[in-house]
Ligand binder design. Structure first.
Ligand SMILES: C[S@@+](CC[C@H](N)C(=O)[O-])C[C@H]1O[C@@H](n2cnc3c(N)ncnc32)[C@H](O)[C@@H]1O
Length: 292
């Protein structure tokens, strides 16, 4: 079953991603942000995310090929995945795209602490384009504070005459954004919601107002919501009805759902476990990660 919901400039498609991507016009998308299930056993409201590695990668090749087809020649493609899968995806993508940056989204997690190895506290993101000579990168729209100039007030004596260091800079490839927590206003009932601040940087840097931003795995629809706030157009695909409802509310798209159906009722993503259980939980998670 395919269902489509739209409002001026914004569309949500309720369908399997590969099938929905096949129906999108070739070279029609300015920016793609793809954050698929990572095949690490998450429960996406009834869809269990764990298959053989070869099956998972074979599925990735299908939707990545479609993304390649529908991306404009001057378009940009961001691809997120787990640390375990990313080497495979990097090798596949570097034959098809120009990889501009290998970004690390680093975050703190005091809740999950591995004790027998170094716990995973980052997620990798590939930043890719089709054409090195023609792509959007609005460096001035994403500048951040440069501590050398702004905090320490140092003078650059290599310049003649000496000048203060810049107070802002273009971010490097290590991004420090807090994960979305229960107490944050933007929190939605989704197990892998990405922060609006991360999407804001991606969309400001790699698209212009009016451009079309695609998210093949909408999830909590952070991409669509931020694209709308920043004056871009958006197209989001998601196969799970529970999450479609989140998207309809976040993007303000009319539907037959009642207000109550779409109301935000916050449920914690993680259970509030006792300390003993928390320790057991981290060991199980550690074993699980090692099995991958
Ligand atoms: C990692 S989450 C995306 C999270 C999203 N970036 C956010 O910020 O909320 C992956 C999403 O893909 C959806 N999904 C899984 N398999 C899919 C498929 N075959 N077609 C479309 N969506 C799928 C899941 O339901 C889940 O919501």
């Amino acid at each position: 079953m395919v269902r489509e919901f739209s409002i001026a400039g914004h569309k949500i498609i309720h369908q399997d991603a590969v099938e929905a991507l096949k129906a999108i016009e070739t070279a029609s998308i300015d920016l793609i942000f793809a954050d698929p299930p990572y095949n690490i056993g998450k429960d996406f409201d009834g869809i269990h995310d764990k298959v053989d590695e070869s099956e998972y990668l074979g599925w990735c090749w299908k939707w990545i090929s479609e993304c390649e087809r529908i991306l404009k020649p001057n378009g940009t493609f961001y691809l997120m995945n787990s640390t375990q899968n990313m080497p495979h995806l990097d090798i596949y993508c570097r034959d098809r795209f120009e990889i501009l940056s290998r970004i690390v989204w680093a975050y703190d997690s005091s809740g999950m602490q591995a004790k027998k190895f170094y716990g995973s506290l980052y997620e990798p993101i590939l930043h890719m384009v089709k054409n090195l000579k023609s792509y959007t990168f609005n460096a001035d729209d994403i500048r951040i504070e440069a501590k050398t100039g702004a905090k320490r007030g140092l003078i650059d004596y290599r310049k003649n005459p000496p000048q203060p260091y810049n107070t802002t800079k273009v971010p490097g490839n290590v991004w420090d954004f807090a994960r979305v927590r229960f107490k944050m206003d933007e929190y939605e009932n989704h197990p892998s919601q990405k922060p609006e601040a991360l999407l804001e940087r991606v969309i400001l840097a790699s698209s212009n107002p009016g451009d079309l931003v695609l998210d093949p795995f909408g999830g909590s629809f952070s991409t669509g919501a931020v694209a709308k706030r920043l004056g871009r157009r958006s197209l989001s695909i998601e196969c799970n009805e529970a999450y479609i409802k989140i998207g309809l509310r976040r993007l303000g798209i009319p539907s037959n759902y009642t207000k109550d159906d779409l109301e935000k009722k916050k449920i914690r993503k993680t259970k509030n476990l006792s300390k003993a259980n928390r320790d057991k939980d981290s060991v199980e998670q550690a074993i699980f990660q090692l099995e991958l």
